[in-house]
Design a protein around this ligand. Sequence first.
Ligand code: F3S
Length: 756
Amino acid sequence: MAFDIDMIKKVYSEVAERVDAAREITGKPLTLAEKILYSHLWDGKAEKAFTRGKDYVDFAPDRVACQDATAQMALLQFMHAGKPKVAVPTTVHCDHLIQAKVGAEADLKRANENSNEVFDFLESVSNKYGIGFWKPGAGIIHQVVLENYAFPGGMMIGTDSHTVNAGGLGMVAIGVGGADAVDVMAGMPWELKFPKLIGVKLTGKLSGWTAPKDVILKVADILTVKGGTGAIIEYFGEGATSMSCTGKGTICNMGAEVGATTSTFGYDESMDRYLRATDRADVADAANKVKEYLTADPEVYANPEQYFDQVIEINLSELEPHLNGPFTPDLATPISKMSEVAKENDWPLNVEVGLIGSCTNSSYEDISRAASLAQQVSDKKLKTKSKFTITPGSEQVRYTIERDGYIDTFDKIGATVFANACGPCIGMWDRYGDNAADGPRNTIVHSFNRNFAKRADGNPNTLAFVGSPELVTAIAISGRLDFNPLTDTLINEEGEEVRLDEPRGYELPPEGFAVEDAGYIAPLEDGTGVEIKVSSDSERLQLLEPFDPWDGKNITGAKLLLKAYGKCTTDHISMAGPWLRFRGHLDNISNNCFIGAVNAFNKQTNFVKNQLNGEYGGVPDVQRVYKAEGIPTVVVGDHNYGEGSSREHAAMEPRHLGVRAVIVKSFARIHETNLKKQGMLGLTFDNENDYDLIQEDDTFNFIDLNEFAPDKPLHIEVVHADGSKDTIKVNHTYNAQQIEWFKAGSALNLIKRQNA
Ligand code: F3S
């Protein structure tokens, strides 16, 4: 059921020839990332060397994975492509639509009742088109992929930004929008700008309280949320090989938080062990036969400065546990400094909830190490001060940790075990009922990956800090953000001073993994007879209408809809949480368009001026007025616009509502591509300071859009309320093909036309 060994063997049978050809053509030793990229070229063997950070290259990924929130739109789009079956192995995972509230069983039951229409839709589309289906409760996409599908040297794409998690098993795995997934499922090449390469040399060895999570928290500190943009991060060195495969997965997972295209590790014994433990000895055997092609050439790691665009070195023996946050994953504080830093910033020291698990950190190793601390609560007569929750990454992990007594251990400290699903990590956490927006100022710590405002519980006043599962557990036991388990003691129920012993665990279950029902449903061999039903009055699903093609004229008279101030992530553009239920209904979900973005003119969210009547209103409402009047609009933003996730809704919603162009200081890669796929104009200010020229009542007239061409800046006349004008120069990264998408109205319009 799980993996396609024939596909993997085919990849390995070609890897030597393809890598050797790439080495010859580039005239240099190759990094692992380059080996994987060059061995997955759409056209086969390399015929030219690509320039990193510049050339757009067509690739042939081996797999596609979709989660339920993004799969709805991806599959709705795929249905439009006119194909009988997916062209590459594809899976759908139901994990995002399960709200955490009471505990696994009740929450799963409620999700199955509330979202059965969507789950049924996904299951029937999967059945029809040859897609493997993981039902609700089976697990979180990235954990399930790591356990079943990831393989060293492979390339996959997934409709979720943490697809990069599979780098822990030596893949190049990249998060994309649904539109990219549709290309690959439809048998088309997948295009990516050839990434730059960042090498991270790990010396020393992790020990004591320090965990793989701390490596990536430190990398986030060094690179910041945009430092990895457009790059693949490749980890190497003795510190890398001494780490577990799942620990590598955690590090790669959070590579998304530094904006990296993906992250990866060379094949080593930890991966061999993990493959065998997860019932894939045949993949390990096949990988061992070509292992020199599944890691970089030795010269690369001996002289990394020569072969990577940037090199970072971290000594794991000296690395301290970190907590990153609040509100951004790159604000790193070593635990020894937390007491001082928290007081300086007036962060609430009382920790309300500690949450472990998620796709980032729910390996057997993570859970067993955290459980070793939970066990000390009764051993040392302590009482856990914070609430505590566990979100297992898969049914296989959950079943195994239950068998091995860890769930019992957590139960004893009053923990709630949530369903094997995303839950609190994506805002699907019913913590406050309907009162999340006015929730109290409070602190939580979790082992997830993101901590943007409102991400976990919808409360803008929750300060969320990210740490390793072991540190989160220790902090939850103490109830204090400033508790440093390396040096601090706790007072137990008997008034004695006790210290927590260092966490201990197992890389892999000593008794092996076990599961009764993993939750997988294989598709029919021939699904042509499967009927897919979407009710016309459904509020969750809506069949798509194609976007209008470009009329070939300059866009003129466009009004400014929103000038976004500061961070404008995909969460700000298309908020998650309760809105996830409308992911398959473009018109309904468009009612969340930009409601989280801050208006630069009044610093408020969802409060913009309607230039037609001077009144202020919510962004979607104001935009719908412009749409009804047939008036195009423009959105302006700051740096790294669209960072965060791969959700193409953040591009489709503005497009659906009639926004024509987004002009920013810089884009996050996935979102920029998503805008292009949906036929939007994603442009950057040539002079960043022009952002300051934009006024609330501005009107935009494109001057030379009718000459839209690769590498050619565009010019826009900006007319201010007093009649004065500025002409601004804007840049773009559209190649010839992407300009065709714009002209056709969307990439999908073009695919359909080509299939006709
Ligand atoms: Fe889900 Fe959070 Fe991972 S939303 S896929 S658990 S990043």
